[in-house]
Design a protein around this ligand. Structure first.
Ligand code: SAM
Length: 280
């Protein structure tokens, strides 16, 4: 069962983190390599507050027949922010989730799926839906920084210290973290596991690229105030308390380890639905 909190409170939205230049860079790279023609039909799956929808839109000619974007997300509050931000007659906002994608939109040329695949419990089911949603020969591109391989060597101790400091701060205030509760947001796969899921669903061998980006303290404070990140890092803690604990924790960890930035990898993947079914 998908764990998901939809909050109407903009304080816990993804928007602040999405404004950081490195974040725009990884997404812009992925969109640029998705080979979107000016008259393409594109799904922006898990569009969130719409930063990537804008990037996709910039690849399209709004006057070209057929050019359109279906921006899909299960969060009403994220869709409301995106809708406020993007005014285009070729963008259609759709409330729904990856697991039902093929029932929500018509077949398209491209599916772009940024920074959300780690939130999906049943990844095979989601990629099956993406496969069905793509026309034969169509491309899916996705990225994530929550996968086994995200931490460059020597950086994992920073994350342990961050959560430890946050939990200590909560404990001092009488909050206990539910141990053993594995949040959906924490379901990480290896690159090989992603390849395997894609292969099983029927995609051709994907093109896989890693990009390392330096994350600033401010950007980590911002991701620490995103509802789904809080639920993943501190399951069961109320958002307000969780955000404050993570803000204090990341400041302490940066101080103690004398950091100015922390490097982190993004996994970028592009895969094609074959024109004809692959032979066994
Ligand atoms: C970190 S945001 C990414 C937003 C945007 N794609 C970007 O890169 O800026 C993750 C988004 O995934 C959405 N999401 C969570 N579970 C989902 C699901 N099962 N299917 C589709 N989207 C989902 C959330 O509502 C949230 O808006």
């Amino acid at each position: 069962m998908q764990q998901q909190t939809v909050t109407d409170d903009d304080r816990f939205s993804f928007e602040r983190f999405a404004r950081h230049p490195f974040f725009r860079q990884v997404n812009a790279w992925l969109v640029a390599h998705t080979d979107i023609s000016s008259n393409a039909s594109v799904v922006d799956l898990a569009c969130g507050p719409g930063a990537v929808t804008e990037l996709i839109l910039s690849e399209l000619d709004e006057e070209a027949p057929g050019a359109c974007v279906y921006a899909v997300d299960p969060s009403e509050s994220a869709l409301a922010i995106a809708q406020k931000r993007i005014r285009s007659r070729i963008v259609h906002f759709v409330h729904g989730s990856a697991e039902r994608l093929a029932t929500l939109v018509p077949q398209v040329d491209r599916v772009v799926f940024t920074n959300a695949v780690h939130l999906i419990g049943d990844k095979a089911a989601a990629f099956e839906q993406i496969f069905k949603t793509l026309r034969p020969g169509g491309l899916v591109s996705f990225n994530t920084t929550f996968f086994h391989g995200a931490y460059p060597e020597g950086t994992s101790r920073f994350y342990k210290l961050w959560v430890l400091r946050a939990m200590l701060w909560l404990k001092e205030r009488g909050y206990s973290i539910s141990r053993g509760v594995k949040a959906t947001a924490m379901q990480w796969l290896t690159v090989e596991q992603y390849r395997e899921v894609l292969r099983t669903v029927g995609f051709e061998d994907p093109v896989v690229t890693l990009h390392e980006k330096p994350l600033s303290l401010e950007s980590l404070e911002d991701i620490g105030s995103f509802s789904l990140f809080i639920e993943g890092a501190l399951p069961g803690v109320p958002l307000e308390m969780g955000a404050e604990a993570l803000r204090r924790g990341v400041n302490q960890a940066f101080d103690e380890l004398k950091l100015s930035v922390i490097p982190r990898n993004w996994l970028q993947v592009i895969a094609r639905r074959p024109l004809t079914p692959l032979a066994e």
